[in-house]
Write a protein that binds this ligand. Structure first.
Ligand SMILES: [Fe+2]
Length: 273
């Protein structure tokens, strides 16, 4: 039996649906994404996952209200969900894995029901025999991230259990070959790769870069999904300022097939349809 889910990431919403962020309208972009997903019958997906950076930056936590409104999030439950996503007449279980603009306590307080959980969003849940792990690097308010012993040991414990597994995380667990991103990655990614190699992990999904990627860890596919919001030009010089690109918002429709193989095509929303 196969399982399908939708991966969205990096919406960077403003404090209203129409607010422009760097001349981009992320609220309208997310609305367009959800409209297209609904028009395509939600791909018969079993759930939808947002891997973080929902709000424009860490100093605008009220923007979580924009996200709740556009996603049509209902039925409070503890982090990481599921909440019910009712946008565009859909009804899907919705999970959230925070990124580096998500202050964890603010994110918990504004999106989820109170619970005695730890600060980090290291969680596990199952759907149709597939185990999902949300791996939280803990970085907030900074672009740099580290492999904390808390998250590493938690993941190690989870991967000791044999079960087909999908890892959802905000930051790329691999170097991607672009200096402006790779200079943010932890220097000890190798020990993460050693942990994942030979494990029951079927695939890993991440955001953060705002550009899509496909990499591998010991043959295990690692899919970076492009943002709903703006992207930075990959080859600009920071000292000369930030250069942004305009692009169609995107998401992936992921299918875990009964043989353990994974397909994850990118869908883009055309500017005019
Ligand atoms: Fe982001």
């Amino acid at each position: 039996m196969s399982l399908t889910f939708i991966h969205i990431t990096d919406t960077h919403l403003g404090t209203t649906c129409d607010e422009l962020v760097y001349f981009y309208a992320p609220g309208q972009a997310l609305k367009a994404v959800l409209k297209q997903i609904a028009a395509d019958g939600a791909y018969d997906a079993s759930l939808i996952v947002d891997t973080g950076d929902m709000i424009r930056d860490w100093s605008h936590p009220s923007a979580y209200e924009t996200g709740k409104k556009i996603y049509g999030l209902e039925e409070k439950s503890p982090a990481p969900g599921p909440l019910r996503m009712r946008a565009e007449g859909m009804d899907l279980p919705w999970y959230y894995v925070p990124g580096n603009v998500d202050n964890r306590p603010e994110c918990r307080k504004r999106l989820f029901a109170p619970d005695p959980g730890t600060a980090l969003f290291n969680y596990t849940w199952k759907a149709q025999g597939i185990r999902f792990l949300s791996l939280d690097w803990g970085a907030s308010g900074t672009n740099r991230y580290t492999l904390t012993s808390q998250s590493f040991n938690w993941l190690k414990k989870q991967l000791n259990q044999s079960c087909p597994t999908v890892i959802l995380t905000h930051h790329p667990p691999v170097s991607i070959g672009i200096p402006m991103f790779d200079e943010m990655t932890p220097p000890d990614l190798n020990r993460l790769h050693e942990l994942i190699a030979g494990s029951p992990v079927l695939a890993i999904f991440h955001g953060h870069t705002h550009h899509p990627w496909e990499n591998r860890i010991d043959g295990i596919p690692v899919f970076g999904t492009g943002s709903v919001t703006y992207r930075r030009c990959l080859h600009h010089n920071y000292e000369q300022g930030m250069v942004l690109e305009i692009h169609p918002p995107q998401y992936r429709v992921v299918t875990i097939h009964s043989d353990g193989s994974v397909s994850a095509p990118i869908h883009e929303v055309p500017w005019r349809s």
